[in-house]
Design a protein around this ligand. Structure first.
Ligand code: PLP
Length: 366
């Protein structure tokens, strides 16, 4: 990457591919001979329609999304989906649903769902400080639950599902918050009723929320559902019921194109594994100087939280890293320590620089 840019390890909004930013820059003022910026276009004009259609079609290629699913580009962040899901999938507040709580984000999802349905937390990793996922065989799912909800990657705690529980509820619906590992690896979409993700980690700027929903789940929203949260309204209108986040959708489209150019998600996953490997290896081989709290089998490829044995050095670590143009390494305020988010757009060179710094820091302070 260019020397005027830092390696940004933020959890989101996060680093974007420089090639995408340069491309956007080159067509910022006038988009492909239209005489307009994408920001100035009518969302109903032919230019923007071509942008949103291409974004959707490239996303469908990346994740091999079949015609049984609708892709929606919405607003309100993944947080809005915490409410939209029970409002769309439950008939009333009495309907039961199952949640696995593997970290702060799934915990937030349940708390919001409580307002619109009756969630059962059938497993929680809280007592073990959110360092694990459950053993699927011993899960007791409720047969009458309308869906089973998981957070595929817990951004704060760094816990990632490597495979998925089979929903044993009557409707056999699995719902996943994939905000922080969306498009980081291939996913079999057909296993899910709904996949949702805020764009601002792996696929674009904040302001766009992507929902991939199986068609037969649309059109059953509770009567009280606001139009903006009703999947049917958005599906019937091709995500153009009201003014969508046009520029954000355009940026997501550029990212999807770039991911396809890289060879698709199989290739992207290989790069992500390599980056995570060298970082976890550095932590594990530090003789306890650095420590990852997460059980090895479920360590996230995207968000790597770690602590320093001498916690009084954390501030110094962050300060020195920042001087070397590696920024946003402070852990979430709720867990402390450090966190390196290494999304798709983080180049291998960024992680190599970080591990070299970590080794040098240890040599000086260990
Ligand atoms: N879910 C996960 C896994 C997240 O990481 C985040 C944000 O960081 C959210 C949900 C909330 O997303 P938003 O801020 O887009 O509402």
């Amino acid at each position: 990457q260019s020397s005027d840019r830092v390696f940004n390890f933020a959890a989101g909004p996060a680093i974007l591919p420089e090639v995408v930013l340069r491309k956007a820059e080159s067509e910022l003022v006038t988009w492909r001979g239209s005489g307009m910026s994408v920001m100035e276009m009518s969302h109903r004009g032919k230019e923007f329609r071509s942008i949103i259609e291409k974004a959707e079609s490239d996303l469908r290629s990346l994740l091999s999304i079949s015609s049984d699913y609708v892709v929606l580009f919405l607003q309100g962040g993944a947080t809005t989906q915490f409410a939209a899901i029970p409002l769309n999938l439950c008939e009333s507040g009495d309907d039961e649903v199952d949640y696995l709580v593997t970290g702060s984000w799934s915990d937030k999802a349940v708390k919001e769902a409580q307002k619109f349905c009756t969630p059962n937390v059938i497993w929680s990793g809280k007592s073990e400080k959110y360092t694990k996922t459950p053993d699927f065989d011993s899960l007791e799912q409720n047969s009458n639950a309308k869906y089973l909800h998981i957070c595929a990657n817990e951004t704060i705690h760094g816990v990632e599902f490597k495979n998925y529980p089979v929903p044993k509820n009557k409707a056999e619906i699995l719902v996943a918050d994939m905000s922080s590992n969306f498009c980081s690896k291939p996913v079999d979409v057909s296993k899910f009723g709904i996949i949702y993700a805020g764009a601002q980690k792996n696929v674009g700027p904040s302001g766009v929320t992507i929902v991939i929903i199986r068609k037969d789940l649309i059109g059953k929203a509770q009567g009280i559902t606001p139009v903006m949260l009703d999947y049917k309204i958005h599906a019937d209108n091709g995500s153009l019921y009201n003014t969508p986040p046009c520029y954000g959708i355009y940026m997501c489209g550029l990212v999807f194109e770039d991911l396809l150019n890289q060879g698709g998600l199989v290739e992207v996953e290989k790069k992500n594994i390599r980056k995570a490997q060298i970082l976890y290896e550095t932590i594990d081989k530090s003789g306890g100087f650095y420590r990852s709290p997460v059980e090895k089998s479920v360590r996230s490829l995207m968000n790597v939280p770690f602590t320093l044995e001498k916690s009084e050095l954390e501030e110094e670590f962050i300060k020195e890293a920042s001087k070397e143009k590696m920024v946003q390494l402070k852990g979430h305020r709720s867990v402390g320590g450090m966190r390196a988010s290494i999304y798709n757009a983080m180049p291998l060179a960024g992680v190599e620089k970080l591990v070299a710094f970590m080794k040098d820091f240890q040599a000086r302070h260990g």
